[in-house]
Ligand binder design. Structure first.
Ligand code: WT7
Length: 595
């Protein structure tokens, strides 16, 4: 891409990382002295600059304030489709388009607080619809495009979604469960049904509204909702070890942290070209493909192709990507493809590379040094956290294998089950003091599940970790049954529920099995109903059943038929025992096991 919207000489000049506050380590450990309030001047407020009662709108900060100033014609987004088609959007264009979409929503009867879902592949409309919904004060939510009817039903029904933006093809999966979604009053598609033989008539498009038609007649002027700092901005579903997915609610005030982390961790300067490979269906895609980098006025690359080492390197070379944020499974896949491929391309534009989502092995960092001449900086956070929490900063040397240091203003700790803080190098529960700006504000419609996150004045992350004597955190594993496969978080209960809907399955227990490439894979132990015979064909059929009903990433790659599952006397499947057996480890305390 030859255009010089970006001055790469300037990038080099700016390569010095943004400086952290001098005593930032103390801010993390003791948490004393750092005031988020001191940084509010970096984002724009509509009312009193106050993180308790002020008013702020995340979408305004992401696009509009840039569109009003000198960045109006700066590229906010380079979009590349899987077929190589390229589109560009300036900050002014993104601002006008999202204004139009906010007007469309209003015309369709969507109001402040209504849930607007985006179920789209990687297309620029994701940006337009997400930002437009926030501008109106509606609650935006995204759905991973691999979701099947069951995953869709759980989320759309739980949140009582009023509106859904999708494609004609993806809409078919929603149609299967539409009868169970009485609150869903409007389904919009970004593509139009094809005309059928008879002129003027279209193939079946019942209850469907056209994005194109609505946008064509909408005004590009919109007065942005003066949302309060605590008003919900987006809602994302994630999994726990039990129950159906939980709707994690985030607030407009979170933009303060998404902004500051984009500066101090991603180190995004004005001349940077930034590429985050995460899908918008997950929190990384929202916080670091959309809100954070846009709020600092960066230029983002949004690429809609499947993982392929050669194409990925081409993207970096073509757009002269300077800052790159990806995930350990992708890094391991690149590693597998060899560093020759990397050397064939000019990747010299890169100045920082980052990782998130699952443990980053030191081996992957070493390989990165060889292939790119740069260390991957690991970052740790969660859907519930809304923004980076423990990270390796570019201004601080990387400690191989460590998640890094708490972000200034984030107080972390390692505690035992009673909440007592543990000494350095002792393994315990990773906890945080509640109250960082991007922290979730609730679990949609479920106060009890929200309350369960907090104990002894701490927020419980569900992770096991330890801290070294210098305050660096080291990840050990999950404290619960949550599975992490290729960086994606999967609840075993959801997979078990989908499994037992198959006619051959009587009972199912699901665990994460360690895997060199994907971190973990989903493994299911299945008790068959009487009359069904175990076979490889049946395994395949069951896997496929889950894949199409639930999601293309949430199916068991491995199935084992068994006579009986280990259960507590109250009938709960003991996944801990299944896991220990699978790994040939001692099964631990079995006193609650049924006979
Ligand atoms: C869980 C949260 C928010 C980014 C995407 C994941 C695991 C996350 C790391 C890391 C080891 C990590 C934890 C965490 N995790 N980052 N750097 N090293 N583990 O968000 O899907 O909500 O998952 O992912 O177990 O609790 P998520």
């Amino acid at each position: 891409m030859a255009e010089v919207e970006h001055n790469f000489e300037e990038v080099k000049k700016n390569a010095g990382a943004f400086k952290l506050p001098a005593n930032f380590k103390d801010y993390g450990e003791a948490g004393k002295g750092f005031k988020w309030e001191d940084h509010l001047k970096e984002v724009e407020w509509f009312g009193a600059p106050d993180l308790k009662n002020g008013s702020i709108n995340a979408a305004y900060n992401a696009v509009d304030r840039h569109a009003k100033g000198w960045r109006a014609n700066k590229i906010a987004l380079y979009y590349e489709a899987a077929d190589g088609r390229v589109e560009k959007y300036s900050y002014a264009e993104l601002s006008a388009l999202s204004n139009k979409f906010a007007n469309v929503l209003h015309k369709l009867g969507i109001r402040k607080g209504d849930r607007v879902f985006i179920f789209l592949p990687r297309v620029p409309q994701v940006y337009v619809c997400f930002l437009g919904a926030l501008k109106l004060g509606a609650i935006a939510s995204t759905l991973f495009s691999a979701f099947g009817p069951e995953a869709l039903r759980d989320r759309l029904a739980n949140s009582e979604a009023k509106m859904l933006v999708t494609t004609l093809d993806l809409k078919k999966r929603v149609d299967e469960v539409r009868a169970e979604l009485p609150a869903l009053s409007c389904v919009m598609t970004i593509d139009k049904p094809k005309p059928v033989a008879q002129e003027g008539s279209y193939e079946d498009s019942e209850g469907q509204v056209s994005y194109e038609d609505e946008m064509a007649s909408a005004s590009s002027e919109f007065s942005i909702a003066k949302t309060g700092v605590n008003d919900p901005s987006f809602l994302l579903y994630t999994s726990g070890s039990t129950g159906k997915p939980k709707g994690v609610v985030h607030r407009h005030g979170g933009i303060v942290q998404q902004h500051l982390t984009s500066k101090w961790v991603l180190d995004l300067h004005d001349e940077d070209v930034y590429w985050c490979t995460a899908d918008h269906g997950w929190v990384t895609g929202i916080a670091y493909n959309l809100l954070g980098p846009l709020s600092v006025g960066a230029t983002c690359v949004f690429y809609d192709g499947r993982f392929d080492a050669e194409t990925w390197y081409k993207i970096i070379e073509k757009y002269r990507v300077t800052v790159w944020y990806t995930a350990p499974t992708a890094i391991r896949m690149l590693m597998k493809s060899g560093d020759e491929l990397a050397r064939e391309r000019d990747l010299s534009s890169l100045r920082h590379i980052y990782s998130v989502g699952e443990p980053l092995n030191p081996e992957a960092i070493r390989w990165g040094m060889k292939a790119f001449g740069l260390p991957f900086h690991d970052t740790w956070w969660q859907t519930e956290g809304g923004a980076m929490l423990i990270t390796n900063f570019p201004s601080v040397p990387v400690r191989l294998g460590s998640m890094g240091l708490p972000f200034p203003g984030v107080q972390a700790g390692i505690v035992d089950d009673e909440g007592n803080e543990l000494q350095p190098y002792k393994e315990g529960n990773l906890v945080l003091r509640p109250g960082w700006p991007a922290m979730m504000t609730s679990i949609w419609g479920d106060q009890a599940r929200f309350d369960a996150y907090f104990k002894n004045g701490w927020y419980l992350t569900g992770d096991k970790a330890m801290r070294d004597k210098d305050g660096y955190y080291w990840f050990i594993g999950r404290a619960d049954d949550v599975i992490k496969t290729a960086g994606e978080r999967v609840g075993p209960f959801e997979v078990e529920s989908a499994l037992v809907e198959h006619p051959a399955v009587a009972e199912a227990g699901v665990i994460g099995k360690p895997d060199a490439l994907r971190g973990e894979i989903i493994k299911a132990f299945i008790v068959l109903r009487a009359g069904f015979k175990a076979s490889d064909e049946l395994k395949e059929e069951i896997s496929k059943f889950v894949k199409t009903r639930l999601s293309a990433h949430e199916y068991p790659r491995e199935i084992e038929f068994t006579e009986k599952l280990p259960k507590t006397r109250s009938g709960k499947i003991m996944r801990r025992v299944l896991r220990a057996k699978e790994m040939g480890l001692p099964t631990g305390d079995l006193s609650t096991l049924e006979d």
